[in-house]
Design a binder for this molecule. Structure first.
Ligand code: SF4
Length: 471
């Protein structure tokens, strides 16, 4: 569902030609080199994904520098994932446009496929959020961070789906990335914070339409409408449109600009769900459950009730590795009770944290005046820095634990985590304050609104505090 509201007129002034514009033009001129980089990444990705499946599982003496499976695990979950998230917040979705293997494959296949029109059901904006939730849950059920087979199943399955969608729909396009990729929603949110973007200058665009020289066609693979592009969420930063009609250029901007001046133009309820229930709820539960004493207590309580009732099969029954973790040789087996509780814990965390944040956002919206859904969704966008940093810290916890298991301690991690959480909270607070100013100039109402959002942020910080410092 997309709710349209009146656009806010705010166009950043265009500075003279600069280093960023030159970089954008360089990307535009060097598409062949980008292709070579993309296919090199495809090759590395395939090796890291497939080879470990044919190797024996690493034992306790295996180090990431002496065992290929451990190395591949560390490369995927310890380095690749956290860095892709970080890079998206710093330089937009350049990973998607320049290096992503799935993007390269789906576009390549699309150039040789059936070229069918994109069906309407595929354009439903809820797919990225649903896909993110499903892959996060399924990844936890199968211990994707620890074992190569679920990694191949989830990442390889996603790549295969990208290729099939590319074969069926669009011509030289990235239909998969635009509408279905499980992480495109998260990347789109983080890209809104990037200080770099491809900027369209509307007056220059209009001027170019008066010219008799017609510009050549540019293939924007993720199907971004150039003329109306005002933000970086959908752009893959591939550089192909740099200089198009003399009106598009790579440019710097304030990291706050898109959230404050663009994100409120079109309210996107599915983005709100992704921020509030996904990143600030489901992801928290997914990172927490394995160390949560509440999980252990609940499991013990239920197990005792089951044994008292003579129903022991949920404590003994297991499932294949592609349903629930099942590696007896590593003494790592989930019973049906473990699996059911895991799913319940993650979903309950999503509902509890997401429900509370939603309520606080609703109170904040009401504090600023009459109820307006668009204002509610705009306030939710202010939480992106905190939501994004939380997920980054959760993922980088894998990096830290993998290094620690190999004897490499990172003593600065605790203070660094605390600093990132504090800065992200302040950043979200500043964004929220500025967004409230767009809707109401009364100081008292704005203070009340930000107090409600502040409560939601404190709860989110408390979740990460429990994970990193208490448990
Ligand atoms: S708008 Fe499209 S063509 Fe232009 S940089 Fe972004 S993804 Fe590439």
């Amino acid at each position: 569902m997309t709710i349209r509201v009146a656009p806010q007129r705010h166009v950043q002034p265009v500075p003279p030609s600069d280093v960023w514009q030159s970089l954008g033009d360089w990307l535009q001129r060097n598409q062949r080199s980008i292709r070579i980089a993309q296919w090199s990444v495809v090759l590395i990705y395939a090796i890291l994904l497939v080879v470990p499946v044919f190797l024996p599982l690493p034992d306790d003496m295996a180090y990431l520098w002496s065992n290929f499976t451990r190395f591949a695990q560390f490369a995927f979950w310890g380095v690749w994932w956290p860095l892709v998230l970080l890079s998206t917040a710093l330089v937009g979705r350049m990973w998607c446009g320049i290096l992503c293997p799935e993007g390269a494959i789906t576009e390549f296949v699309s150039g040789r496929g059936l070229g069918r029109a994109i069906p309407r059901w595929m354009m439903w904006p809820g797919w990225p959020t649903i896909a993110f939730a499903c892959t996060t849950l399924y990844g936890q059920m199968t211990s994707v961070y620890q074992y190569p087979r679920p990694t191949l199943l989830i990442l390889g399955g996603s790549t295969l789906a990208a290729a099939v969608i590319g074969y069926l729909y669009g011509r030289n396009k990235r239909v998969w990335c635009r509408y279905l990729c499980p992480v495109s929603g998260v990347f789109g949110l983080l890209a809104k914070l990037a200080p770099l973007h491809f900027r369209v200058d509307p007056p220059l665009w209009q001027q170019s339409q008066l010219s008799e020289i017609k510009p050549g066609a540019v293939n924007c693979a993720p199907l971004v409408p150039f003329r109306t592009m005002r933000g970086a969420a959908d752009c893959h930063m591939c550089g192909r449109c740099s200089g198009f009609r003399g009106a598009i250029r790579l440019a710097c901007r304030s990291p706050n600009h898109e959230i404050i001046h663009v994100a409120g133009n079109v309210a996107k309820p599915w983005e709100t769900i992704l921020i509030v229930f996904g990143l600030m709820g489901l992801a928290v539960g997914a990172f927490q459950w394995s160390v949560s004493p509440w999980f252990v207590a609940a499991k013990q309580w239920i197990a005792e009730r089951l044994v008292d009732s003579g129903v022991v099969w949920p404590l003994e029954a297991t499932a294949p590795w592609w349903v629930l973790t099942n590696y007896p040789q590593r003494s790592d087996v989930m019973t049906l009770l473990d699996g059911a509780l895991l799913v319940a814990y993650v979903l309950a965390t999503a509902l509890a944290c997401g429900g509370l944040t939603t309520s606080m956002l609703a109170f904040a919206t009401r504090s600023l005046g009459l109820w307006q859904p668009a204002r509610f969704h705009h306030l939710a966008q202010a939480l992106i820095p905190l939501a994004g940093v939380g997920v980054f810290l959760g993922l980088s916890a894998l990096t830290v634990s993998q290094l620690r298991s190999d004897g490499i301690e990172l003593p600065f991690v605790g203070p660094l985590r605390a600093m990132m959480l504090v800065l992200a909270t302040i950043w979200s607070g500043v964004l929220c304050w500025q967004v409230t100013g767009l809707y109401n100039r009364e100081l008292g109402r704005r203070v009340l609104a930000i107090s409600f959002v502040g409560l939601a942020m404190i709860v989110t910080d408390a979740d990460w505090l429990l994970l990193f410092w208490v448990w």
